[in-house]
Design a protein around this ligand. Structure first.
Ligand code: HEC
Ligand code: HEC
Length: 527
């Protein structure tokens, strides 16, 4: 993201306060105390990355950790959904960089803090900062929504697609990597709620629109590479001399594989904290369980089986249900943006990744962006395989489930995304779906639906026209009755009448009585 020593040296835009002063709590990140292991006091999920210099980067925990407060107690939830406002953070960081470049007094203080005291080192620093600022501003501009996402949401696919198609694919990647292919750019107007990560390695497909194949380690790795490309990874998208070389990038492919196959596998859904919130009502649970079977379990399969977490465990894979967007009736923007968006593929036109004929899709000069991103993700995996880093790492991690796959050959790299040739109204028809995943730990992951447009479980069980149309997001104070965050005291007003924010649809069992709703909610607390 940023050279590590610059981060604690930056000030707020428009003031002399230190940017990192509040541990980024103002954006909803979780401050972490300064210690020997965390000398700069970086928040949860912000980490040191030694990759061509020392950088600060985001790791999974920045977006997939949450905190729930209740009457003075706080519960930290690993693998939960952050309520941070990533766009507010990025745009303020971009402004802070720009002012440090343009305001001589601000720059002088910055230079002193990073130890540039000589006239020449100051000049070099100013040049380096100006170049970096231009690149960063391009990235932030490309992520600018027309109406703000607010806390707890980000248009992840919008960011990834803009990054790959409009920035990384620029003409002359080496010396002008901050140029962009303007025509491939699209406003990221379909923010999604951050999902929880527990149990996700068991799902056959992931992402809200079930676009990412998830059965095999290299598919899960591909998903994570896509995520890294969407934020800060650098990549060289020149056509490789031979396709086998893939695309060199700054993605730490080997570490990503370890994170996914060890840490993500170890996450568990959090049990309802009875000691803090009060015990669940056993009588209501029994009735709630029957209501769940009647109205919900066709799509959200109940999970009673213990997962042994070994590759040969037959209960391992859970097939998620895919519902056509029109049937579920929720906001279509996210699925439609992914299924329909096209771009000029520039220098990559005519290439396949993996290069094996019959496996890799050959990119047309104008193609679906999801095909382009699939090509790029596989190319990044190949570059990691080609230089042997993945094989060495897998072999040395004998405890991890990756061992069995350590001798993966190129031909075995599976395609990370579901695409197809079935095109309807210029869109990839099979991607116009939302997934109904298991509801484990659902009590802890408000707001609900793919676009976070419903503040609590009680509201989700109401007919759509009775759900609140605007509500406030960003509070961590928990409402243990309706199950979600307090939506009257947040930091951002979410207006569900704006494109991308609709809280229509998902009207399953919404005709039940209020008493039945309460019984079902009691049962949902136990999942
Ligand atoms: C900048 C924030 C951010 C970071 C960092 C991040 N993610 Fe995510 N992640 C998201 C968002 C947003 C989604 C939902 C995207 C969508 O489906 O539209 C998501 C989706 C996922 C999913 C799919 C879940 C499901 O049920 O569909 C998995 C698995 C996942 N992330 C794992 C990871 C891992 C592992 C890492 C670290 C290598 C990581 N993420 C880093 C924001 C982030
Ligand atoms: C016909 C299939 C179907 C039925 C029946 C169904 N759901 Fe869903 N559910 C979905 C789909 C698809 C989504 C994702 C929609 C979206 O996010 O836009 C979803 C999303 C959800 C979510 C939001 C998940 C999250 O992480 O935000 C919850 C909670 C939920 N359903 C609960 C229920 C409950 C409770 C019932 C029974 C009253 C139920 N569902 C019945 C298909 C179904």
């Amino acid at each position: 993201m940023l050279p590590l020593n610059w981060f604690p040296a930056l000030e707020h835009p428009g003031s002399e306060e230190m940017f990192l002063g509040d541990g980024l709590a103002r954006f909803g990140y979780l401050p972490s105390p300064t210690s020997a292991a965390n000398p700069h006091g970086l928040p949860v999920g912000f980490t040191e990355d030694k990759n061509a210099g020392t950088w600060v980067g985001l790791t999974c925990a920045a977006c997939h950790t949450s905190q729930i407060n209740y009457h003075g107690s706080a519960i930290r939830i690993d693998g939960g959904s952050t309520d941070a406002d990533v766009y507010a953070f990025l745009s303020e960081l971009s402004k802070a960089l720009a002012e440090t470049v343009s305001d001589p007094a601000k720059f002088a203080r910055f230079a002193t803090r990073v130890g540039a005291n000589e006239a020449r080192t100051k000049r070099d620093l100013h040049n380096e900062l100006s170049r970096f600022m231009a690149y960063f501003a391009t990235f932030v501009d490309a992520s600018t929504p027309t109406s703000p996402w607010g806390p707890a949401r980000a248009d992840a696919f919008g960011m990834i697609f803009n990054r790959v198609a409009a920035i990384d694919l620029a003409d002359k990647p080496y010396w002008a990597w901050f140029q962009s292919l303007e025509s491939n750019y699209q406003v990221p107007d379909a923010p999604v709620s951050y999902p929880s990560l527990w149990g996700t390695p068991r799902l056959d497909l992931v992402q809200w629109n079930a676009v990412a194949e998830n059965r095999q380690p290299y598919q899960r790795l591909g998903r994570n590479i896509g995520e890294a490309l969407g934020v800060f990874a650098r990549i060289n998208l020149r056509k490789p001399a031979t396709p086998l070389l893939g695309y060199p990038s700054s993605v730490n492919v080997a570490n990503q594989k370890i994170i996914e196959e060890t840490l993500v596998h170890a996450l568990h859904s959090p049990p309802w904290p009875s000691l803090i919130f009060g015990a669940v009502d056993q009588a209501k649970i029994a009735s709630g369980s029957a209501i769940y079977k009647k109205y919900c379990s066709d799509c959200h399969k109940p999970l009673t089986i213990e997962w042994k977490n070994t590759p040969d465990d037959p209960t391992r894979v859970i097939a998620v249900k895919k519902l056509p967007v029109g049937d579920v009736g929720t906001d279509p923007s996210m699925a439609v943006n992914v299924a329909c968006r096209m771009a000029d593929t520039g220098t990559l036109a005519g290439t396949r990744q993996p290069p094996v004929i019959g496996l890799g899709h050959k990119l047309e000069s104008r193609d679906f962006v999801v095909n382009l991103v699939s090509n790029v993700v596989v190319g990044v995996e190949e570059a990691g395989l080609f230089d042997g880093t993945i094989q060495k790492l897998s072999a040395s991690h004998t405890e991890s489930p990756t061992t069995a796959h350590s001798h993966l050959q190129l031909q075995n790299i599976p395609i990370p995304f579901r695409t197809s040739t079935v095109i309807r109204d210029n869109c990839l028809q099979n991607l116009e779906v939302y997934k109904a995943g298991p509801l484990w730990g659902i009590w802890a992951t408000a707001p609900y639906l793919h676009n976070g447009s419903v503040p609590n479980l009680y509201q989700l069980l109401l007919p759509a026209d009775q759900r609140v149309k605007t509500f406030s997001v960003g509070s961590r104070e928990f409402d243990s009755v309706n199950v979600g965050f307090d939506y009257t005291t947040g930091t951002f007003e979410l207006d569900t009448t704006i494109k991308g924010n609709s809280n229509s649809g998902h009207e399953y069992g919404t005709q039940m009585t209020d008493e039945e709703r309460r019984q079902l909610i009691e049962y949902l607390k136990t999942l």
